[in-house]
Design a protein around this ligand. Structure first.
Ligand SMILES: CC(C)(COP(=O)(O)OP(=O)(O)OC[C@H]1O[C@@H](n2cnc3c(N)ncnc32)[C@H](O)[C@@H]1OP(=O)(O)O)[C@@H](O)C(=O)NCCC(=O)NCCS
Length: 187
């Protein structure tokens, strides 16, 4: 099995690196923001304990080869301003799902596009995935546009798939194949 990465330098403005317990406050400021998790699969965090729980669950999933999450940091300051992940990995089918989020303070600068170009390059390159998937709230236009710019295609609408804090939401399911990524001109 190709190991998950420990560190991916992204040419340009950001560096991807493993998350540690010292990142708890940065993670809380991202996932405790109701605007960031507006279309997420969970409610905003209310304390550091939720960040610690996520880091613990991440360590277990990573050890099992099922998932990896890295922190997105700016080149000139080692502060976590976002995360990218691969999860629901199926090794026999060479597919996984991607997840990503940025702190609201750095939205609108194209940082996630730069990050995902490298993340997908690694997933379809050294990791050898054949297919990537993404599950998005139809109203999450910034996320949908980010995926479409990378070449993801909308494959279906899954009705009332999520109930978060009592609110019911549909899913737009996106997919991208390795050969489409290699042939892509979107980047
Ligand atoms: C999704 C997210 C990572 C995008 O990060 P970003 O780097 O700030 O993205 P941008 O603001 O540059 O927007 C990406 C694209 O969407 C477009 N966009 C942004 N908001 C939009 C809106 N409300 N309607 C239509 N298009 C929109 C931008 O114009 C841009 O298009 P372009 O690539 O053609 O220039 C960020 O919005 C985020 O962290 N959201 C909260 C977490 C989240 O929802 N994650 C995804 C879960 S599936």
């Amino acid at each position: 099995m190709t190991p998950f990465p420990a560190f991916i330098p992204v040419p340009g403005r950001v560096v991807l690196r493993p998350l540690t317990d010292t990142d708890v406050d940065d993670l809380l400021s991202i996932f405790g923001d109701p605007e960031v998790v507006r279309y997420w699969s969970g409610s905003p965090w209310s304390g550091r304990e939720e960040a610690r729980r996520m880091l613990g669950a991440d360590r277990e999933a990573y050890a099992a080869g099922a998932a990896v999450r890295l922190g997105v940091t700016l080149c000139d300051e080692d502060r976590v301003v976002g995360t990218v992940s691969l999860f629901n990995r199926s090794e026999p089918n060479r597919r996984a799902e991607i997840g990503y989020a940025l702190a609201r303070s750095v939205w609108g600068r194209g940082l996630m596009h730069e990050t995902l170009v490298q993340w997908l390059g690694w997933a379809f390159g050294p990791l050898g995935l054949h297919r990537l998937e993404a599950d998005v709230d139809p109203a999450n236009m910034a996320s949908r546009r980010s995926l479409e710019r990378l070449g993801f295609r909308q494959e279906g609408l899954l009705r009332e798939r999520w109930i978060v804090g009592g609110a019911v939401a549909d899913t737009v399911f996106y997919g991208l194949l390795a050969q489409e990524w290699r042939a892509g001109t979107q980047r």
